[in-house]
Design a binder for this molecule. Sequence first.
Ligand SMILES: NC(=O)c1ccc[n+]([C@@H]2O[C@H](COP(=O)([O-])OP(=O)(O)OC[C@H]3O[C@@H](n4cnc5c(N)ncnc54)[C@H](O)[C@@H]3O)[C@@H](O)[C@H]2O)c1
Length: 421
Amino acid sequence: MNKDYKVGIIGVGYVGIQLVIQFAKKKIYVECYDKDYDKIKKIKSGKSPFSYINDSVFKKISKNISINKNFKSITKCDAIILCLPTPLRKNKPDLSQIKDVWNELKNFIRKNQLIILESTSYPGTTEEIFVKYLKSNFELGKNIFLAYSPERENPGDKNFEFSKIPKIVSGINEKSKLLAGRLYSKIVNKVVYVDKIKIAEMAKLLENIYRSVNIALVNELKIFSKRINIDINKVIDAAKTKPFGFQEFRPGPGVGGHCIPIDPLYLSWLAKKHSFNTKFIELASRTNIQTTKWTINQIKKIIKNKKIKKILILGIAYKKNIEDTRESSGVKIFEKLKENKKQIEYCDPFVNKYEFNINNKPVFINSKKNSENVFKKYDCFILCADHDVFNYKKLNKTNKYIIDLRARFSNEKDNKKIIYV
Ligand SMILES: NC(=O)c1ccc[n+]([C@@H]2O[C@H](COP(=O)([O-])OP(=O)(O)OC[C@H]3O[C@@H](n4cnc5c(N)ncnc54)[C@H](O)[C@@H]3O)[C@@H](O)[C@H]2O)c1
């Protein structure tokens, strides 16, 4: 790789942003492309588009970044990495965002470029989308290169440094794979080569299916253990002391984000096309959805029994320390309680404003301030996303009801107003 090597990142969201940061930090020049031009404009001006990443990160690297309104400049790039969303539409994979970008982008592709897909999808996607055009216009594997490398980013999690997470890399042929591996080895300590693109695509799905199934399992066990008066978190604390054959998963109000509720269904869709029923995936998905419904019912019962009037939801993001609200249980809980005419507001320092869907109507609601003074007005808090910025010690002392969906207060034995759901 020469010193003028340039990487184009298409889709600067949760996944793309990490690549931009990591390459730019290593002084590899990055061209950014995103349909949300304001987002990449922020990056260039040294501001973070995400509240879980500090501005200071971009101030240091903005000189190694360019932003673009169209793909004309892509010819300057040696490698092009696509990090575009892959949602579900009517329970079917929706690859339209990758396909639409590719239809435009392919007109600017030149010889000797390396094209890499990072989006999560079912096995076969990379070949289905890119191979036909590349084969008919280039010598695929000889003067144009194609690779797939799934992302393992866990936004907001400071425990795993990007460079320390091994990166799976695959290619349409040996040379594509090695070129991609060489590029990623600049930003991660370990590249894991796999023989076929389909293996890499399915490995990513397996990782997320494994999470979905195990979360569903502990969610189901939580609901049952409540019935027989056992604290599931204490059970997990005990079980996790086994040094082999057990991995800890914690129950919660359901699953959220762009991965766990969606990716497993990509594989079950593919299985159905092959007349195969992936029972585990579908059961896990149903169980996780059911867990949110069960949680809402539990909350309603508590509100009624304790005659609770004013409620503040803490955290509407789908998990702690980020602003991602996609498929969030916190949002669903808020909407259902609001539809039931409960006096409910939310506080999420990562989500200043949110468009809820209440009785099929969009309603914009602002977050309340994360402050002791504001919290005085409420007689119940529902902890949905246990962001570290909340002051748990002070909350514990408020003598108000706390409906804890994250077991954050599980060691507070003396506070009778904490109800773990
Ligand atoms: N979020 C995660 O933690 C995570 C982890 C691993 C893998 N993934 C996978 O990575 C992929 C991307 O996920 P994400 O969470 O980064 O999504 P995202 O929505 O945060 O980011 C996608 C970006 O692509 C941009 N975009 C959409 N259409 C575009 C177009 N036509 N032209 C240019 N830009 C366009 C959007 O504006 C957005 O900034 C998905 O396949 C997802 O499943 C996500």
